[in-house]
Design a protein around this ligand. Sequence first.
Ligand code: NAG
Length: 281
Amino acid sequence: MTLQRWVFLRKLTAAAAASSSPPFSLPSSLSCCTHVLGFSQSAAANMAEEAKKLAAYSAVDNNVQNNQAVGVGSGSTIVYAVDRLAERVRQEKLNIVCVPTSFQARQLILQHGLALSDLERHPELDVAIDGADEVDAQLTLIKGGGGCLTQEKIIAGNSKCFVVIADYRKDSSVLGEQWKKGVPIEVIPMAYVPVSRVIAKRFGGEVNLRMAVSKAGPVVTDNSNFILDWKFEDVQNWSEVNTAIKMIPGVVETGLFVNMAERAYFGMEDGSVKVRKAPAN
Ligand SMILES: *[C@@H]1O[C@H](CO)[C@@H](O)[C@H](O)[C@H]1NC(C)=O
């Protein structure tokens, strides 16, 4: 499906959803209200999914060309980017290789029958496409909500062009405006207590060890490390903070991506795509 056709279908779906909205005066029974709330929550979730898809398709269409080595990010938005990559490879017979940023990305590449590579064979990538948990006005990013920040930063750092894809909920003027879970920091397991203490003492806020959901104990990353989530209190000089945190013994990487992204594609609620470019520096 072409992007234009997809956007058109999306608008049709949105119009249908609007016309089937509940009548203005609602019966006051609780079960009805619960039902309406459930409906609007799932409508919001659908809209966010559609926005992710729109951003991903637009970024892949505008940034990937034949004979490129492409870094493939992690997370829920990337699923749509890999769908589109695979579609373009089939339709346009593109010759591209994909380098993953996580175990999840590697699986997506293999499931879609795309050519899998690595930084040993392709140490310099033409483009990397990845999601973000939050993007500020300068294209400073918080990443690592899915725990893959270290490999994501390595891939982004070795790409000629790093492109971010996200839905409208990730678009902020300053970090912390929309994303409330803090900055993820990957640490060597034995160091998680001292690193947490140093960060809270020097930069304020609260630092928590991320716990697993379907397993007892902490989240373990693809690199067999732990993740700390630093809930900061104030807007900071992210370049300085990133460097300072990286210098603490035991820190592997931070989820602050400063001056790395070249462009961000946001899928918006109205079905459009907003592109933000990095400030010239
Ligand atoms: C942040 O810190 C860096 C490094 O010390 C400095 O070059 C930059 O000007 C600072 N940015 C702001 C906005 O103060």
